[in-house]
Design a protein around this ligand. Structure first.
Ligand code: G3P
Ligand code: CA
Length: 275
C-alpha cells in the first residue's frame, strides 16, 4: 500500500465536503462549496446530472422536487428552467446563521453548474480536490462522461498538473460501466468505485479492473471493519461516506481510511486535529 499523503496538520486522512458544507448551507449550492473551502476541506464532493439541453449541473436526486421549489426530472428540464428555481429555501432555517450575510442570495439558492464549480476551484488560492460522482449514467449512455471529460479538459483537470503528480480530480460512481467510460476517455483520471453493499466478487478486497479507490458506505465499514484492511491489502485506497458522527470519524481514523466524506467538514477537521 502507498504511504498515506499528509494533509494540513500532518493528518493522514483527507476530509471531503459531501455536497459542500451541506449541513450548514443548502447542498450543491455555490455557497455550500465556498463554506467548505473556508472550513478547510481538502476536497469537494458533488453529484452531476445532465439537463435536457446537455449542461452538467450539480444535483443529487433524479428530480428537483426535494431540493427546490420546482418539480420534474433534471433530464427533462433545460438549464434556463432550472435557473428560475430556488434551490435554497427548502432547507428552512440555515444551520449556519451567518450564511445569509456571508453569501448572496444567488449563491445560496441558484442551481450550480459543474462549470461554475470548476471555476471556483480554479480561483481558490490553495489546492482543493474534486470528487465528482456520475449519477444515473445509463440514462444518457455515455453522454454524462463525455461532457464531463470535455469540461475537465477545458480546465486542464483531466490529468495531473505535472507528470507523475496527483490528479486534482477523481470520478466516482456506483456504476463500474461509467467508471470504465471515464478511464477510456481520460486514462489519467483516478476512479472511485462506490459501494452500498459488498457484492461477492469484491469480498476479497479486489475492485473492478482499473479502479484503485474503493468508496464503501460507513454502514459497510461499521458492519465489517476488517474490510478496510482487506481493501488496503489488495492495493486500494479507501474513501468512506457519509461520515458525520464523532464515533464514526474515530473509527475511520483508527482503521486508517484514506478519505472521510462528510456533510460536516469543519467538525470532522476539528475532531481529527484533537486526536
Ligand atoms: O460520496 C459518495 C456518496 O455521495 C454516495 O451517495 O447518495 O450521497 O450520492 P449519495
Ligand atoms: Ca454523491
Amino acid at each position: 500500500r502507498a504511504v498515506p499523503e499528509a494533509y494540513p496538520d500532518g493528518r493522514p486522512v483527507q476530509v471531503v465536503a459531501h455536497r459542500g458544507a451541506s449541513e450548514d448551507v443548502p447542498e450543491h449550492t455555490l455557497a455550500a462549496y465556498r463554506k467548505a473551502i473556508e472550513d478547510g476541506a481538502d476536497a469537494l464532493e458533488c453529484d452531476i446530472r445532465l439537463t435536457a439541453d446537455g449542461e452538467l449541473v450539480c444535483v443529487h436526486d433524479r428530480r428537483v422536487n426535494r431540493t427546490s421549489n420546482g418539480r420534474g426530472a433534471v433530464s427533462s428540464l433545460e438549464l434556463a428552467d432550472l435557473a428560475t428555481l430556488d434551490f435554497g429555501s427548502w432547507k428552512g432555517r440555515l444551520a449556519d446563521p451567518e450564511a445569509p450575510e456571508r453569501y448572496d442570495l444567488a449563491e445560496r439558492s441558484r442551481v450550480l453548474t459543474l462549470r461554475r464549480l470548476l471555476e471556483l476551484v480554479a480561483d481558490t488560492d490553495r489546492r482543493v480536490e474534486l470528487a465528482i460522482e456520475t449519477k444515473h449514467p445509463t440514462r444518457w449512455a455515455g453522454q454524462v462522461e463525455e461532457r464531463l471529460i470535455d469540461l475537465l479538459h477545458h480546465f486542464g483537470l483531466d490529468r495531473p498538473p505535472a507528470p507523475g503528480g496527483a490528479s486534482q480530480v477523481r470520478v466516482m460512481s456506483f456504476s463500474s460501466r461509467s467508471l470504465r467510460r471515464v478511464r477510456l476517455a481520460a486514462p489519467a483520471l483516478p476512479t472511485v468505485y462506490l459501494m452500498q453493499y459488498v457484492s461477492p466478487r469484491h469480498r476479497d478486497g479486489r475492485l473492478p479492473a482499473g479502479v484503485r479507490i474503493a468508496g464503501p458506505s460507513m454502514r459497510i465499514v461499521r458492519a465489517n471493519p476488517g474490510y478496510v484492511a482487506r481493501l488496503h491489502r489488495a492495493g486500494n485506497r479507501v474513501h468512506v461516506w457519509t461520515v458525520d458522527e464523532p464515533r464514526d470519524v474515530e473509527m475511520c481514523a483508527r482503521l486508517g481510511v484514506d478519505a472521510i466524506i462528510t456533510n460536516r467538514p469543519r467538525q470532522v477537521l476539528d475532531q481529527l486535529s484533537s486526536m
